[in-house]
Design a protein around this ligand. Structure first.
Ligand SMILES: [Zn+2]
Ligand SMILES: [Zn+2]
Length: 256
């Protein structure tokens, strides 16, 4: 049994075959999923999918790429939605230095505001990090994000920083890149970090694991991520799936 902790079944790419995609995930042993909404369009869809399906949950937040679009009303809206019985986290939020739609200062401000909100409503946060590891860790520390904890989603940094994040009550979530031949750091992280701090995810429709790299990703493929972690750690696939699922249930406060 698996828990895909980061899916975008709310993306246009699943418009045509959402139910079939969910069925394929169930058949592959993916019992639980968290659908992440990150703007005005994807948040209502995430909630809708969670409302319509058992064992599917939602996270609501504002993506750093679009930080410049977030208004005070949006923040208030996210706060209201956090009370929804199927919303289990605030995010994704963070910093993305790959795209320059939103200036760095705006991204930082919107990130800080969402951490403050998560602390107010006492919910964990989901962190999106692209080429911004140092600044993210600084902000998490400055804002005392340890108070709520969270997930470093699709973590791609070095093991040392993963350990710093774990000290701040964060989980390390690995996705498709751990299966890529040239992905040195995610493989090191899979080997070095204790399974009790780990989660698995697809971040679908993006970042499909090997041998589906380049195709549309979907939750059923999270088993490939778990298999790779098992191989790197020299333990069984069953152990990886059992422990990461138990971790996710505990983290999100879900009673199975
Ligand atoms: Zn992300
Ligand atoms: Zn995402």
């Amino acid at each position: 049994m698996l828990f895909d902790t980061h899916v975008h079944l709310n993306a246009d790419q699943f418009e045509e075959d959402l139910e079939e995609t969910i069925s394929r995930a169930r058949e592959a042993g993916v019992r639980y999923m968290t659908v992440v909404g990150f703007d005005r369009k994807t948040i209502p869809k995430a909630i809708q999918i969670a409302e319509d399906h058992d064992h599917i949950f939602a996270a609501v937040g504002w993506h750093p790429v679009d930080a410049i679009d977030m208004t005070e009303e949006d923040l208030k809206w996210i706060e209201e939605l956090s009370a929804h019985p199927k919303v289990v986290a605030i995010g994704e939020m963070g910093l993305d230095y790959h795209w320059d739609k939103s200036p760095v200062e705006v991204q930082k401000e919107v990130f800080r505001k969402q951490i403050a909100l998560a602390k107010k409503v006492k919910m964990p946060i989901i962190i999106h990090n692209r080429e911004a590891t140092e600044d993210i860790v600084d902000i998490l520390r400055e804002e005392n994000a340890a108070e709520v904890g969270g997930i470093m989603h699709c973590y791609s940094g070095p093991p040392e920083i993963a350990k710093e994040c774990i000290e701040m009550n964060f989980m390390i979530s690995l996705g498709g890149p751990v299966t890529f031949k040239n992905a040195k750091l995610p493989k090191e992280v899979a080997k070095e970090i204790d399974l009790k701090h780990m989660l698995v995810e697809t971040d679908c429709p993006f970042l499909a694991p090997h041998p589906n790299r380049g195709k549309r990703n979907e939750p059923a493929y999270v088993s490939l991520v778990a298999e790779q972690i098992a191989e790197l750690k020299g333990i069984s696939y069953e152990e990886v799936s059992e422990v990461t699922t138990a971790n996710a249930l505990e983290f999100f406060g879900i009673s199975s």
